[in-house]
Design a protein around this ligand. Structure first.
Ligand SMILES: Nc1ncnc2c1ncn2[C@@H]1O[C@H](COP(=O)(O)OP(=O)(O)OP(=O)(O)O)[C@@H](O)[C@H]1O
Length: 489
């Protein structure tokens, strides 16, 4: 649809864009990204014709854009730019009607039935109908933005050029506007070229992104281009981490502020308090720990301060465990949004806690064990059984700094140690009479202070992996023995 060929242009004799090549396919959502002053608006103005091309050319459907008449261009291209000059006396409806101008016929240029229909439609979808008779100057910045989008859509363009279209919009209207554009892209084959500042929004909506730096395109590609952290850090001069959106397969970027890079000094043993009674174990840290867990509350990778294990009766109905644990936390004034919560039918007085220093690493492990519901995971005959409570709950706290990969490694190391303990104690799956590998409802959390140098591995081949393995093995063994001593095995 658009081809930019060796484009040179800028202000007077200064070329801001210097020999830029770019191609945008029909029906594509193309996002132009780049830091302040990189030349995004300059490139935009060269495409819209607001700035003269010094060298090279811009082709629209194969024809030089500069050779098209104003009317020919207006039938194909609509522009939503930052600089809006609107006469103050126009109403919203009048502004939108200007979008129909390229389609009006005759000298009198009156609005036809079709023009009114299109205007009604765009007012409806941009949600501006209710202030159609209001003067444009009387509405808010975000509302103005929506009215200008309505005007652009009223033009029924093939190509929409947008300079920071979501600038004045709140989150709801940002997503509403971009969803609307996406819908037009899909249903009408609209081609979209948008300057966007928010990299995360660009990732969610664009098909192609281009990174402009000092007037040159550093990279063009699909949104996975945003996974190149080094490139983004170089361009934006901010520490950036790429994560994946939890439900959409797109990258999302997290920026690290400078102030959080200074490390606090503290001793691991002074960081936490433990409350234990028949009803719950509550480990309360005074700083949040980077935690991986499968707790019924706080699952996944989180930063949390509260780690809880609640006692439930053997005949506990497991229909709504998350809700139940949250209620229990609320009763104890534990903020569930900063907590991991587990539950067990095992007696909490039989909890085993081991705190040690192994090869310079401080580790705290807390285990509660009940193995009446032991399962050999390799036994294929047993039916699915996730609703019984007979559980080994393991909490591992470490004064170390793990990458996300090391968190997964550490989780594996702790699991391997638990399985070894079950094996050495000859705990069997009653169904198959083979060695059990766990129970059907085991929970495990691994929580890190993130102090010191980051480590990327915590498997059985590492010092820290072995520290996890040995301590979890010892604690699990003791906890199962306590459980067995009560004749509960
Ligand atoms: N009217 C102008 N006359 C001369 N130089 C200009 C003019 N407008 C912008 N520039 C210069 O052109 C360069 C690129 O500016 P441009 O506005 O294209 O950047 P941008 O990427 O859109 O930045 P921002 O994200 O801040 O909007 C800057 O160095 C700027 O100082």
């Amino acid at each position: 649809m658009i081809k930019v060929d060796h484009l040179v242009g800028g202000y007077s004799k200064t070329a801001i864009i210097n020999g830029l090549d770019l191609e945008i396919e029909k029906g594509e959502f193309f996002a132009l990204l780049g830091p302040n002053g990189s030349g995004k608006t300059t490139l935009f103005k060269l495409i819209t014709g607001q700035l003269p091309i010094q060298k090279g050319e811009i082709l629209l459907d194969g024809k030089p854009i500069s050779s098209l008449s104003k009317l020919e261009k207006a039938k194909k291209v609509a522009v939503l730019s930052q600089e809006v000059h609107v006469s103050f006396d126009y109403t919203v409806e009048e502004i939108i009607s200007l979008g129909r101008y390229p389609h009006q016929k005759g000298i009198l240029k009156q609005l036809s039935k079709k023009d009114w229909q299109v205007m009604e439609d765009v007012m409806e979808i941009t949600n501006v109908s209710h202030y159609r008779k209001t003067q444009f100057r009387m509405i808010s910045g975000g509302e103005k933005q929506r009215v200008l989008l309505a005007k652009a859509l009223a033009q029924e363009p093939e190509l929409l050029l947008l300079d920071e279209p979501t600038n004045h919009l709140d989150i709801k209207h940002t997503f509403h506007m971009l969803d609307l554009l996406k819908e037009h892209q899909h249903s009408r084959g609209l081609t979209i070229f948008a300057i966007l500042h928010d990299l995360n929004v660009a990732s969610l909506y664009a098909d192609q992104v281009a990174l402009l730096h000092n007037g040159a395109l550093l990279d063009v590609g699909d949104v996975n281009t945003l996974r190149k952290e080094d490139q983004l850090e170089k361009v934006y001069e901010v520490e950036i981490n790429t994560q994946t959106h939890p439900t959409v397969p797109k990258p999302q970027l997290l920026m690290t502020p400078n102030h959080s890079l200074t490390e606090e000094l503290f001793l691991f043993k002074d960081l936490f308090k433990i409350e234990q009674n028949d009803q719950f174990i509550h480990v309360h840290f005074n700083k949040a720990l980077r935690t991986i867990s499968n707790g019924v509350v706080g699952e996944g990778i989180q930063w949390v301060k509260h780690f809880c294990n609640f006692h439930v009766e053997k005949d506990y109905n497991c229909a709504e465990p998350t809700k139940d644990v949250k209620i229990r936390m609320e009763k104890q004034n534990i903020p569930y949004e900063q907590a991991v919560g587990m539950m067990t039918a095992a007696k909490l007085k039989d909890m085993v806690m081991i705190q040690k220093e192994i090869d310079g690493i401080s580790i705290l492990v807390i285990v509660t064990a009940g193995v009446g519901n032991a399962v050999d995971i390799t036994n294929g005959t047993k039916k699915e059984q996730t609703s019984k409570v007979g559980t080994i709950n393991t909490m591992v706290f470490l004064d170390a700094n793990f990458s996300d990969g090391a968190l997964v490694n550490g989780h594996m190391s702790a699991t391997e140690a638990k399985v070894k303990a079950l094996c050495d104690l000859q705990i069997k799956d009653p169904d198959s009479n083979t060695i059990a590998t766990g129970t059907s409802t085991d929970a495990l959390l691994l929580a890190l202070t993130q102090k010191g140098k980051q480590t990327s591995y915590a498997g059985s081949g590492t010092v820290v992996g072995k520290a996890i393995g040995r301590t979890v093995y010892e604690a699990t063994t003791q906890a199962i023995k306590k459980y067995s001593l009560q004749g509960q095995l």
